[in-house]
Write a protein that binds this ligand. Structure first.
Ligand SMILES: Nc1ncnc2c1ncn2[C@@H]1O[C@H](COP(=O)(O)OP(=O)(O)OP(=O)(O)O)[C@@H](O)[C@H]1O
Length: 223
């Protein structure tokens, strides 16, 4: 599903370049569940942003389901992102002015799904994530764990084939973290390909393999 070849990313720094990703070669098959680990600043979020088509300022090759990403124009890239990718951000990134159900509805609106069908899908998600009772609350009226549940629900409501999760359990208590991990396993069993960045060794081990980044280099592929 994903094929990265010699992928590199750098920022200009004092007349030179500061390297963030170095010579990344990586294949991820459809249906895999992968963990990405590494020290702070190693490039984990940068890699996820490239995979999620949120960053296009890099060199090298990226094929996503046989599409050559570096050849796409912005509009095509956005369409590919909308059709295939769900993203769970480190700090939830929910929209504060929208109620829980409206946050879930938004990605469906971008896909021109009729209101009635959207309402049914939102209801399904609220049910599956056991947050029906929270649907009319705003994000700041929820606990961190509940906000993350909403963020996961929002990321998967469009049934993306690829789910990218940047420290999905990072800010949570262990029981809430467990719940998120269980949800990721459920989604993976349903066929979703998942790449999670985590600092938690235990949660990392639950994936099929762990990729370790160090100073932008892949230190070790597979476990
Ligand atoms: N806009 C930028 N300009 C310059 N350097 C940047 C910029 N954004 C990120 N970097 C650098 O890229 C490197 C990788 O950052 P990244 O956020 O990918 O690390 P990370 O492994 O996700 O870290 P953490 O575990 O702390 O989230 C860091 O050294 C960071 O300083």
């Amino acid at each position: 599903m994903i094929h990265l070849s010699n992928l590199e990313k750098s920022y200009p720094l004092a007349g030179a370049r500061s390297w963030v990703l170095r010579n990344i070669n990586l294949d991820i098959a459809a249906g895999e569940f992968i963990s990405v680990m590494g020290p702070s600043g190693a490039g984990k979020s940068s890699l996820l942003n490239v995979l999620g088509l949120m960053d296009h300022d890099w060199q090298g090759g990226y094929m996503l389901d046989d599409v050559v990403v570096e050849k796409l124009i912005p509009k095509q890239r956005q369409a590919l992102q909308r059709d295939k990718i769900g993203f769970i951000f480190q700090n939830y990134h929910l929209i504060d002015d929208l109620k829980v159900w409206e946050n879930l509805d938004l990605p469906l609106q971008y896909r021109d799904i009729p209101a009635k069908e959207r309402a049914a899908q939102v209801a399904d998600m609220l049910d599956r994530f056991q947050i029906v009772g929270k649907k009319d609350l705003y994000p700041n009226q929820l606990s961190g764990g509940q906000q993350q549940l909403v963020a996961v629900a929002r990321a998967v409501i469009t049934r993306p084939v690829l789910l990218l999760a940047d420290e999905p359990t990072g800010a949570l208590h262990s029981s809430q973290g467990r719940m998120i991990m269980d949800l990721l396993h459920d989604l993976n069993r349903d066929g979703m390909t998942i790449v999670q960045v985590t600092h938690n060794e235990e949660y990392a081990k639950e994936a099929q393999r762990t990729l370790r980044l160090f100073d932008g280099w892949i230190e070790k592929a597979g476990v």
